[in-house]
Design a protein around this ligand. Structure first.
Ligand code: M6R
Length: 603
């Protein structure tokens, strides 16, 4: 949550800050601000509103003399959305921007108040910056002050700071929250996500846990917690810069849905041609249970993966929301691997779940999209998904690629455990290799989905039902619809409705039903009849060749006929398109729905 960018160099800073913040808005977009050195001293500008407002206020400051500054885009944790709570925070001597949460900010407030400090915001960040200011006045050394402040703060943070008496320098440090340092011919950057500065550089390194980086126009020095200088190795970001642009689509979400076929084949290609994926055959044979920890959409991918792993490899799978897993004292046998799924690779709860599993000595396998992310860096093995940058807050292509990896693992584990013959495994892998073709066909359903969105857009509640894998899909379809349309949606295992929830069905209530699992089609049909006879309007998503009795549904979206292992990948597309078109018709901010952020780096 929250995006940070800092630039110091030989060319104008403000345009780079604004450009970078635009790319970082996915991390939070309720407020924006910047601080920068002018020939007359340190200045700040901040707004409790969108970046465009900040940009208009800064429109006169593209001056060549302004070559050092920091910027921030906020996702509120402490304090409402207001100018006062927007970052940067500071007092004229020091200004700082922050990503994370300072948990002991109340104690810090008292500590600072005792020393005569007063506050102009409700934020934890202001307390942290003033703490650094106080320690700077005592030590006269920004790095020492930041190091001491870090010891007094609990929680997670990434900071970029400007000290009024140190013009041209940015001081950055992190613990728990992401922050990268990057060098370019024009100067140096500190940034939450390297994708935001790809136009200027691809040379980056992650600022280490507890490290401080001092950025100047000439280069970056890294200082460890003990005060020693750290020699860093820089990496090269391979990502295509245009992948982080809309490319003619009205929204990132639609563009990203359209990228699903390419993303799935790019993800599977290296896996299908190389058989190594972190665990040895002996490890796989000895597994008693697999644990999957993830959040939101990634957790739904895990849930779908469970069905495949249990069916094809006959290995029990426990799927848990990371925030539950980490505090639940889970029972992990030594031979149980823990799979962490995360698009961003930065989700705080999933990172904590990973650390817990490692502490317990369990093997950790990360399925991650963002190279160089924290989860990728700490896991014992990583399977990268190749979705490229996912900018829209609503996850779409990241979901299908995660699913593709999990189905792949289920087939491979099944072969190694002997639950699949070589011929069966080869056949399934060949089907999976063609998944992108079926997903491409599913994209053709966009117009049908838009038409259905027109019909259902004004409802206040929608139920999503399915059985088996389709229940997992229903959970994801409901999440997608609710997060970007603000329509209340609930997903139910179809057979469970009659145990209480069916009392909510009345004349006209929309029920979206998924029927991709042939083994339970008859059962689902009965459940559809149960809601229909109570007045529900049913929109059914079913493969083209599935015979559907005429009175079974009010509307049908026909999915392409595909092998069963590819159907969930195809069915995700119309589910996402239904949410997309409904949100557009309702005039919602599709890529940046209210109250959300793309990367959830606080617990
Ligand atoms: O980056 P992650 O995959 O770890 O993010 C997990 C969730 O926050 C994320 O999947 C979220 O639920 C989606 N943006 C919803 O569309």
């Amino acid at each position: 949550m929250c995006g940070i960018i800092g630039f110091t160099g030989k060319s104008p800073a403000v345009p780079k800050l604004l450009e970078g913040l635009a790319a970082l808005e996915y991390r939070g977009y309720d407020s924006a601000g910047a601080a920068y050195f002018t020939p007359d001293g340190l200045r700040t500008e901040k707004v409790g509103g969108r970046l465009s407002v900040l940009a208009s206020r800064l429109s006169g400051t593209t001056d060549a003399d302004i070559t050092c500054g920091i910027g921030h885009t906020r996702w509120a944790t402490h304090g409402t959305v207001s100018d006062a709570n927007a970052h940067p925070h500071g007092n004229g001597r020091v200004y700082g921007v922050h990503n994370g949460i300072i948990e002991n900010y109340r104690e810090l407030t008292l500590w600072l108040a005792e020393r005569g400090y007063t506050f102009t915001s409700d934020t934890d960040t202001e307390r942290a910056v003033l703490l650094i200011d106080c320690l700077y006045r005592e030590t006269g050394d920004p790095v020492k002050a930041m190091g001491e402040a870090a010891q007094r703060m609990t929680g997670s943070f990434a900071f970029a700071l400007l000290f009024a008496d140190r013009p041209g320098k940015i001081y950055a440090m992190r613990r728990g929250s992401p922050l990268f340092a990057a060098v370019s011919p024009e100067g140096t950057f500190a940034v939450s996500d390297i994708a935001a500065v790809l136009r200027y550089t691809r040379h980056f390194t992650r600022i280490g846990e507890g490290e401080t980086a001092v950025l100047t126009a000439e280069g970056i020095t890294f200082i460890a917690e003990d005060g020693s200088t750290v020699e860093k190795e820089y990496e090269w970001a391979e990502w295509d810069r245009t992948a982080a642009e809309k490319g003619g689509f009205p929204h990132f979400m639609l563009k990203e849905i359209w990228e699903e076929p390419t993303a799935v084949s790019a993800t599977l290609a290296p896996l299908l041609s190389d058989s190594s994926f972190g665990l040895t055959e002996t490890q796989i044979q000895n597994i008693r249970q697999i644990h999957i920890a993830a959040c939101g959409t990634a957790m739904h991918a895990g849930l779908m993966g469970k069905y495949f792993m249990e069916k094809l490899a006959r290995i029990p799978v426990n799927v848990e929301i990371s925030s539950e897993f980490r505090y639940r004292d889970p029972i992990l046998h030594p031979e149980d691997p823990v799979i962490l799924i995360s698009q961003s690779g930065e989700t705080a709860d999933t990172l904590a779940a990973l650390r817990l599993a490692k502490e317990r000595g369990n093997f950790t396998l990360a399925v991650v999209n963002v190279p160089g992310s924290a989860i990728a860096g700490e896991a014992d093995a990583v399977l990268y998904t190749a979705a490229g940058p996912e900018i829209a807050v609503a996850s779409t292509k990241a979901y299908t690629v995660q699913l593709a990896v999990l189905i792949y693992l289920a087939i491979r584990f099944g072969r190694i455990r002997g639950t699949l013959t070589q011929t069966e495994a080869d056949g399934l892998l060949a089907q999976l290799a063609d998944a992108h073709l079926y997903i491409e066909k599913a994209l053709a359903l966009s117009e049908a989905c838009r038409h259905m969105a027109e019909k259902y857009r004004d409802h206040k509640n929608i139920f999503f039902i399915g059985r088996g894998r389709d229940y997992a899909l229903s959970l994801e379809a409901a999440l997608k619809m609710k997060e970007i349309t603000y329509i209340h949606c609930e997903a139910y295992a179809a057979g469970e409705m009659k145990h209480g929830t069916i009392s909510l069905i009345e004349k006209g209530t929309p029920v979206f039903a998924f029927a991709t699992e042939s083994a339970v089609w008859d059962k689902l049909l009965s459940n559809i009849q149960e809601v229909r006879s109570r007045g529900a309007q049913v929109l059914l998503f079913a493969p083209a060749s599935l015979p559907v009795p005429e009175d079974a549904a009010c509307d049908i979206i026909r999915l392409p006929d595909a092998p069963e292992i590819c159907l969930p990948l195809c069915a995700a597309v119309p589910a996402q398109l239904m949410a997309y078109h409904t949100a557009v018709l309702l005039g919602r901010d599709v890529d940046k729905p209210r109250n959300l952020a793309k990367s959830v780096t606080v617990e």
